[in-house]
Design a protein around this ligand. Structure first.
Ligand code: ZN
Length: 294
């Protein structure tokens, strides 16, 4: 039995590492302007600004990819990375924080990202241990901050609790480029991480605020997915609001929370959105639980 358990544990480890083989991940740069790029690899999209002050990046995917990310920045003429902004706490966006900090990079994030990294957390049913001190952001802020770097004015906004309670949206004001973090994604139904302080009403309120700092020419770097435009974000916002309103109406009619998932509220979007890791029924249930929570 003991052997069986050991073997099983071993098989699980092998399986987990087989799922993400970082050795085969390539970091692919997409040039958006002369100085701003989107980098894709595994995990959340990275924003990258180059110039005479040194490179600034937004998010950094998983820890084992830090070397490749730094290498890509050098290859694209960015030189040394000096600044790093975390859009939120999740490990597919902040996994390399400790590496970059050791290399002398200044890490900027929302107050709650640092707070949550210092203690044990939970994402879905998985317990997430506190992050090593080396990963904690050193410059934090509650709702607004500007960074003036490489002749660009970066506006950092925290509008509301949405995907988590520490989401930051970054606007490159001169270039009219916005990195949304996971407040806008293309993997299907978005993940509202209620264990990390996220909420559906705040999610939609944040999208409304985000739309106000965009115009038809704004280029959008999503948390996950391809370069997008304001109308993509608007469509995403409208769909979420429609689902939220549908759930709210059912609750008002007296439908029990546990029965909400069986109503055809999100199902019309399943063909397009149901392929992601959040299923339509689960999304609707999450919205119902979130709306009934006091
Ligand atoms: Zn996330």
């Amino acid at each position: 039995m003991k052997h069986f358990v050991a073997l099983l544990a071993f098989a699980l480890v092998i399986n987990a590492s087989a799922q993400t083989n970082y050795d085969t991940v390539r970091i692919r740069p997409l040039k958006i302007t002369e100085t701003i790029y989107m980098l894709k690899g595994a995990g959340g999209n990275i924003g990258f600004l180059k110039g005479e002050d040194g490179a600034l990046i937004i998010d950094n995917q998983f820890g084992p990819l830090s070397g490749k990310i730094a290498q890509t920045v050098v290859e694209e003429g960015g030189g040394e990375i000096k600044m790093l902004i975390n859009t939120h706490i999740h490990g597919d966006h902040t996994g390399g924080n400790d590496n970059f900090k050791k290399w002398g990079v200044t890490i900027v994030a929302h107050d709650n990202v640092r707070e949550r990294m210092m203690k044990e957390g939970k994402v879905r049913d998985r317990v997430v241990p506190p992050r090593d001190k080396a990963a904690w952001p050193v410059v934090t802020f509650p709702d607004r901050m500007n960074i003036h770097w490489n002749n660009e004015d970066l506006e950092l906004y925290h509008f509301n609790t949405g995907h988590t309670d520490g989401d930051v949206i970054i606007k490159f004001a001169k270039a009219n480029v916005i990195h949304t973090g996971d407040m806008y994604v293309q993997y299907g139904y978005p993940f509202v991480d209620t264990n990390s302080g996220g909420g559906i009403n705040g999610f939609i309120a944040t999208l409304d605020q985000m739309l106000k700092i965009m115009d038809d020419n704004t280029k959008i770097i999503p948390g996950h997915g391809e370069l997008a435009s304001k109308k993509d974000v608007q469509a995403f916002r409208d769909r979420l609001a429609e689902i939220r309103d549908g759930v709210a109406a059912a609750l008002k009619k007296g439908t029990k929370t546990e029965d909400i998932a069986n109503l055809p509220i999100a199902s019309k979007y399943d063909a397009e959105w149901g392929k992601g890791f959040v299923k339509g029924k689960d999304f609707v249930m999450m919205v119902a639980e979130n709306l009934t929570k006091k």
